[in-house]
Design a protein around this ligand. Structure first.
Ligand SMILES: Nc1ncnc2c1ncn2[C@@H]1O[C@H](COP(=O)(O)OP(=O)(O)OP(=O)(O)O)[C@@H](O)[C@H]1O
Ligand SMILES: [Mg+2]
Length: 586
């Protein structure tokens, strides 16, 4: 775990000189503190001896050292701000890009969206604070303590021995009382976290909560969680108060003991009054550093944990990339005895052998063979969970086949460079995924080269233009997080418009019109017919009326092709497809 933090700094070694410089000038702070305390003692000694000029000279030098330390502090904040700002901007960007390139299988199976967000936000934030302030603050304290220790030994070995006897005693008192405080604040943080988690679930699912009249039940759970958190907080505050008292007593005791030993040595002529004052000042740096050691360790451990969590997310294997950038023939998709199972991790995770599938809860696709010729509209139908969307995910190469062949434009899926392959495809997924932004941005996302006119045309084709024109800002109207201000059908139509502007060879439609009413579906279907003219399409639909004019139909059952043929052939066959049509009264 220690190595992860080291790795983090080594990976960002470009910015390391700035951080090393800051730690370096913290060393200067230790030296300056030692010098100013020493000259303070000298000034006192000169004063007692009546040497006014020497006293003033020593006082001026002391002031110069203090001033130099102030300049160092200002310089420190100026530099560290810039160094860590640049460094963490880069860290965040790199992490985001790495996750975007990550293997879909690993992303889907290992991480929850919220968890990734916390890793990208809070964990990197803490690493930033640790690098910007803790690291240099701690090194300043440690250097001040080390220089203080050396100077104390030189000033008086007798006082040093006395100090070393008193110090552990007072530290023990402080640490004994601080231990329960740490435990208390940890459970208080856990309880607050649980309450906040519940609150965010309730807000995100507010409609479901209301629909099930669950406000009271969930409200009570929230109350209990917040009560617990509050109780823990009160306890830890009480303990913290006690701790302040104990700390005060410990410091007073320590100072009194030092004063007693010091006065004895000064009155016996074994120690100068100035050296005594310098000793008391310098020893306080040691005490403060030791008192802080708990906190320093805690922060260092937390930074290591954050670096570990950061690398867990960033070390997701990249999506497997082949080398092919061009197809070898015009057949968009040809699958032979294809097997695929979820739950085996990414291709890259398996040593880059480009194989998915194997174990898991039974294969999602088993011995599946199909052919989607160029320019044809091929429908895939079948019961829920039979593997239709899985097949689309394999065609998009989000997952690689476990066994069997899957040739896309004549090239095996694993041999394709993912980006090059996807340039040939446009997809409308089952869950209409939209982004926070304007209608225009969401449509143009399909093809960054699309003009406003292209987007307008696409919106007209999907029968959304009247709706878009009803907003004063038209296509610039913002649709909110995930397009939440739109109806389910409007979302689907926007997704179809986004796919339309891509003008891709192969169009994949997974339940693209399922949320539309009959009339709108007819309109969108007409638009889709125009869009699909001359292109190849894979159409998944539960509503069988929408696939009546497909060129060919594959009827799937439990991951296999159970029946195939033209709609007419399948109806005549009076098999599974016929039965499905009969149930839907098609
Ligand atoms: N990410 C996943 N991880 C594990 N199992 C999955 C995953 N996605 C789907 N499955 C499983 O694979 C099987 C096929 O799912 P798939 O989504 O392909 O079905 P589908 O035919 O599209 O169903 P529907 O018509 O309901 O959309 C199901 O048993 C499902 O539970
Ligand atoms: Mg599906």
């Amino acid at each position: 775990m220690e190595n992860t933090l080291l790795r983090f700094y080594m990976d960002n070694r470009k910015h390391l000189p700035g951080i090393v410089f800051i730690v370096g000038i913290s060393l200067l702070s230790g030296i300056l503190k030692m010098l100013s305390a020493t000259y303070w003692g000298r000034a006192v000694d000169y004063g007692i001896a009546g040497m006014v000029e020497e006293m003033l000279a020593a006082a001026v030098l002391m002031a110069v050292f203090i001033l130099a330390d102030c300049v160092r502090t200002a310089l420190h904040y100026h530099i560290i701000g810039r160094v860590t700002e640049d460094m963490f901007l880069e860290v965040r960007t790199k992490a985001f890009e790495k996750i975007m390139r990550g293997d879909v299988a690993v992303l889907e199976s290992r991480f929850r969206t919220g968890d990734i967000a916390v890793r990208l936000n809070d964990d990197i934030d803490f690493l930033s604070i640790f690098s910007a302030s803790h690291l240099s603050d701690f090194s300043r304290r440690i250097f001040s303590a080390l220089f203080g220790l050396v100077a104390c030994i030189f000033l008086s070995w007798q006082m040093s021995v006395a100090y070393l006897v008193i110090l552990p005693l007072s530290l023990w008192m402080v640490s004994a009382i601080s231990r329960p405080v740490q435990a208390q604040s940890k459970s208080s943080m856990d309880d607050t976290g649980a309450a906040m988690g519940l609150a965010s679930d309730m807000i995100a699912g507010a409609l479901t909560v209301k629909a099930f009249a669950g406000e009271e039940v969930l409200g009570q759970r929230f109350d209990r969680a917040i009560d617990r958190a509050y109780g823990q907080k009160v306890k830890s505050e009480k303990l913290a108060m006690k701790m302040t008292g104990v700390k005060y007593v410990a410091t007073v005791m320590q100072t009194m003991c030092l004063f007693l030993v010091g006065s004895y040595l000064v009155s016996g002529g074994k120690l100068g009054a100035g050296a005594f004052i310098s000793f008391v000042t310098l020893s306080s740096y040691i005490t403060v550093a030791l008192e802080h050691s708990d906190y320093m360790l805690l922060c260092a451990r937390k930074a290591m944990a954050c670096a570990l969590r950061y690398y867990e997310a960033v070390d997701i294997p990249d999506e497997w990339q082949g080398v092919a950038r061009k197809g070898q023939n015009e057949v968009p998709c040809e699958a032979g005895n294809l097997y695929f199972s979820y739950g085996t991790g990414g291709a890259a995770a398996e040593g880059g052998n480009a194989v998915h599938g194997g174990s898991g809860a039974g294969p999602a696709l088993a011995d599946l063979s199909l052919r989607i010729p160029r320019g044809r509209k091929v429908a895939i139908v079948g019961a829920s969970g039979c593997g239709k969307s899985t097949l689309i995910k394999l065609i998009c190469r989000f997952y690689l086949p476990g066994k069997g062949n899957l040739a896309l434009f004549g090239v095996e899926a694993a041999d394709w460079e993912a980006g090059a392959l996807r340039e040939h495809m446009a997809i409308v997924t089952q869950d209409a995924v939209l982004f926070d932004g304007s209608i225009y941005e969401n449509v143009a996302y399909g093809n960054p080269a699309a003009t406003k006119q292209d987007c307008e045309d696409a919106l007209k084709e999907v029968a959304l233009w009247d709706f878009v024109s009803s907003f004063p800002e038209g296509m610039d109207h913002a649709i909110g997080e995930g397009g939440n201000s739109l109806s389910g059908g409007q979302k689907q139509r926007l997704c179809i418009a986004r796919a339309m502007v891509k003008k891709a060879d192969l169009v994949l439609l997974d339940e693209a019109t399922s949320a539309l009413d009959f009339q709108t579906e007819r309109e969108v279907q007409d638009a889709l017919d125009k869009l699909l003219a001359g292109r190849t399409a894979v159409i998944i639909a539960h509503r069988l009326s929408t696939v009546q004019n497909a060129d060919y139909i594959y009827c799937m059952d439990r991951g296999r092709v159970a029946e195939e043929g033209t709609p007419k052939e399948l109806l005549e066959k009076k098999g599974l497809y016929y039965e499905m049509c009969r149930l839907q009264s098609v």
